[in-house]
Each structure stands twice: as structure tokens, then as C-alpha cells.
Design a binder for this molecule. Structure first.
Ligand SMILES: Cc1ncc(COP(=O)(O)O)c(C=O)c1O
Length: 408
């Protein structure tokens, strides 16, 4: 690596206290290791680049940068977001069962920014926020940056245990629950209907607010869609619903949103003004153009067909690749499968051996807000085709065999 050209002998100012408890993401560090050519990576939650509609997105940018349109697309714009984009997103959410008007939405720079903004607006240092155990790592980072303490809620193979939510909300005086109820990251789990209803009713009864993060529900390969928490009795007026174009269009656009009850719109908008004035005008305009000129259902159907085949390829070979006695789930959609090696195995140590054989996954430990289960791992099946997935599983089996013969 080149030495930095900006070095200083002066002591840097002390870092703000809010940064002290924010851990760097080992997942992003693993992603850097897996970026080298030849690695078959089950590590990142990356959409398949060959399935991006590059031609359609290129045409959308050309249209919004054409004479007559470019002046507006390249200008500063409103904090709330491009009206045509909010209109298109609201229409799609409504058709998919979450009644939404354009004014209910604040466009954000990825749904990740929505997490930062809501933490800024709703969490004081020392506040407690309930999270699934394990949970989406960068949400944990956003809450830590706000100085909040994440309280892990025990989950089973179907996700949150609602009685535990109630017990812990009371015990810790938590005002918010952050949840990814559909095709959860990192576990792929989906909260069944009865639990959704119970959680929504609990919110209504106790005043707990829900943050429903839903990047994955459009990517369903089997089974029937489930209603969003934000539509269920008790939760309708106390849910912040987040989603994004990252998984069904392209993450490089950095376009997400938060659907919020009216009272929180203004505070979230003010927080966004202070953060970045507004999300990129040209990217929003191109996204709005793409949504208006694309058969989005047909595009999503192609993704689901291809990702479904990739999921099947991973599920068909995973048990044979992992050590005997391992367990894994079979999610009906999303991007992730969650596995647990037998007691005594350490997924991080197995990753070292796997990387030597040019195959990668993410150990589960960084996703835990409480004590980590070192035997867990997350595998993503979206970034490689079925043939590469089979090849990757073969390499993983070799790494496991090597670990077994080395006695670790
Ligand atoms: C659960 C969850 N929430 C939010 C995000 C952030 O997505 P983006 O900022 O690209 O919209 C991700 C990305 O992987 C995610 O898995």
C-alpha cells in the first residue's frame, strides 16, 4: 500500500465518545479479502451483477441527463426526495399491500441512512433498543453511533420470540424494536403470521415502536407473501418501515426510504438536512425514470427465478460440505442461509482454511449483540451461478476435511 501523504506528528483531537463503542465491521474486512479473482464467495449480501438491468439504467441516466432535463437532474433538490420517485415507490408499496402515499416517504441514501436518521431522531445516549439476536450488523453500528445500547432478544428458527420482546421491553424500558421480519439478515428467517400479529398487538398495547426493515421481501422463491408489520392492527401508527432499491435494482444507486407516521416526518427531514441536504438528484431522477419505464414485476420475476435456482444449489449441497452434525435452515427467499457447525467448531477458524482454498463465507460472531455463538455462519447464494456454487461447496468440503484431519 502507498504510504499516506497526509501524516501528522501532532496529536489528533480526541475522538468523540459516541464512536468508542462502534466496532468496525469484520464483514466488510472479509469482503475485501474475498474480492480477489478466483474466490467463490458466499460472504457478501451482493446482488448478482449480471442481473442488473444495466441497459435500462443506462437509458434512464441518458434520459434524465438529456438537454431539457439535465438542468433539473444536476441541481440541488428537496430533502424529502424526488416527487416522481416518491410517487413510484409509494405506488409499488401500495400494490404490494402496504398502503402508502408519496408524502409518507423520505428518500434516503440507502436504507442504511434511514437507520442513522431514525437513531439520531429517536435515541438518546444510553437508550435501549431491542434487536433480534443475531441482527444486521450495520444497524447495530448505527445504534451504537447514537450511543444507544442494543438489547438482544432471543430468537428461534422462526425469528423473534414475542414473549421475550415484551419481557425485555419492560425490563429495559426500551421504546423501539428493530426487526427484519422477512428473510432476515443474517439468518434468512421469516417471522410467521401469528407472531407478526402478536408483535403488532404488543406494540399497540404497550406503546413499543417498531422499526421494520424490509430489503428482501420481494425476493421470494417459495411460499406465500406475508403482510408487513406496518399493516397489522396495533402497529399501523407506530412503525417506521424501511426499504430500498438495493436488492431488486442496484445497490450502487444508494436509494432507500423510510415510510413514517406524520409526526416523525419533519424531525427525520431535519436530521437528513443536517446529514446531506438531500440524496443525489441525478440518481433519484434516473431511478424514477427506470421505475416508470420498466416492467418491475417482470424484472423481479427474473431475479426470483435465478436466485431460487442458486438457493436450491446451495441447499442441495450444503449438508454434505459442512461437518457431520451441522445444521442449517431453508429460507423461502432473500439472500442468506444460516448454519451452525457442531459444538467445538469455530467458524472463523474454518474461514481461514476456506480462504486458502478460495472459498468464503461470513462467520456469525459479528452479528451478535450479546455473547456470540462462534459455531455459526452465514452463507449468501446470490452472487454466483449454480455451477460455481457447487464448485464452492466442493472447496468448502475440502477445507472441512482438512480441519477435521488437523483436529480443529
Ligand atoms: C437488513 C438490512 N437493512 C439495510 C441494509 C442496507 O441497505 P441499503 O443501504 O443498500 O439500502 C441491508 C443491506 O445489506 C440489510 O441487509
Amino acid at each position: 500500500m502507498e504510504p499516506s501523504s497526509v501524516t501528522t506528528r501532532a496529536a489528533v483531537p480526541p475522538l468523540a465518545a459516541r464512536l468508542r463503542d462502534v466496532k468496525s465491521s469484520p464483514v466488510r474486512e472479509i469482503l475485501a479479502l474475498t474480492a480477489r479473482p478466483g474466490v467463490i464467495s458466499f460472504a457478501g449480501g451482493l446482488p448478482a451483477p449480471e442481473l442488473f438491468d444495466a441497459a435500462g439504467i443506462r437509458a434512464a441516466y441518458a434520459a434524465v441527463l438529456a438537454d431539457g432535463a439535465a438542468g433539473r437532474s444536476l441541481q440541488y433538490s428537496t430533502t424529502e426526495g424526488d416527487p416522481a420517485l416518491r410517487e413510484a415507490v409509494a405506488a409499488r408499496l401500495t400494490v404490494r399491500g402496504l398502503p402508502t402515499g408519496p408524502d409518507d416517504l423520505l428518500i434516503c441514501s440507502g436504507s442504511q441512512q434511514a437507520l442513522t436518521l431514525l437513531a439520531t431522531v429517536l435515541l438518546e445516549p444510553g437508550d435501549r433498543i431491542l434487536v433480534e439476536e443475531p441482527s444486521y450488523l450495520a444497524a447495530l453500528q448505527a445504534f451504537a453511533l447514537a450511543g444507544a445500547e442494543a438489547i438482544p432478544v432471543p430468537c428461534d428458527e422462526d425469528g423473534l420470540i414475542v414473549e421475550e420482546v415484551e419481557r425485555l421491553a419492560t425490563a429495559h424500558g426500551a421504546k423501539l424494536l428493530y426487526t427484519v421480519p422477512t428473510f432476515h439478515n443474517p439468518t434468512g428467517r421469516t417471522l410467521p403470521l401469528e407472531r407478526r400479529r402478536a408483535l403488532a398487538a404488543l406494540a399497540g398495547r404497550t406503546g413499543l415502536w417498531l422499526v421494520e426493515d424490509d430489503p428482501y421481501s420481494e425476493l421470494r422463491y417459495a411460499g406465500d407473501p406475508l403482510p408487513a408489520l406496518a399493516t397489522l392492527p396495533g402497529a399501523e401508527d407506530r412503525t417506521l418501515a424501511l426499504s430500498t432499491l438495493s436488492k431488486v435494482v442496484a445497490p450502487g444507486l444508494r436509494i432507500g426510504w423510510v415510510r413514517t407516521p406524520e409526526e416523525l416526518r419533519r424531525p427525520l427531514t431535519v436530521a437528513k438536512q443536517a446529514a446531506d441536504l438531500h440524496s443525489s438528484t441525478v440518481d433519484q431522477a434516473a431511478a424514477a425514470h427506470w421505475l416508470a419505464h420498466t416492467d418491475v414485476d417482470a424484472h423481479v420475476a427474473v431475479l426470483c427465478h435465478e436466485y431460487g435456482a442458486r438457493r436450491d444449489a446451495l441447499l442441495d449441497g450444503l449438508a454434505a460440505a459442512l461437518p457431520a452434525g451441522s445444521v442449517h435452515n431453508r429460507p423461502e427467499g432473500g439472500m442468506f442461509v444460516w448454519a451452525r457447525l457442531p459444538d467445538g467448531w469455530d467458524a472463523a477458524a474454518l474461514l481461514d482454511r476456506a480462504l486458502q482454498r478460495d472459498v468464503a463465507f461470513v462467520p456469525g460472531f459479528p452479528f451478535f449483540a450479546g455473547p456470540a455463538d462462534a459455531a455459526t455462519l452465514r452463507l449468501s447464494f446470490t452472487a454466483h451461478d449454480a455451477g460455481e456454487i457447487r464448485e464452492g461447496l466442493g472447496r468448502l468440503a475440502d477445507a472441512v476435511a482438512e480441519a477435521e484431519s488437523a483436529g480443529s
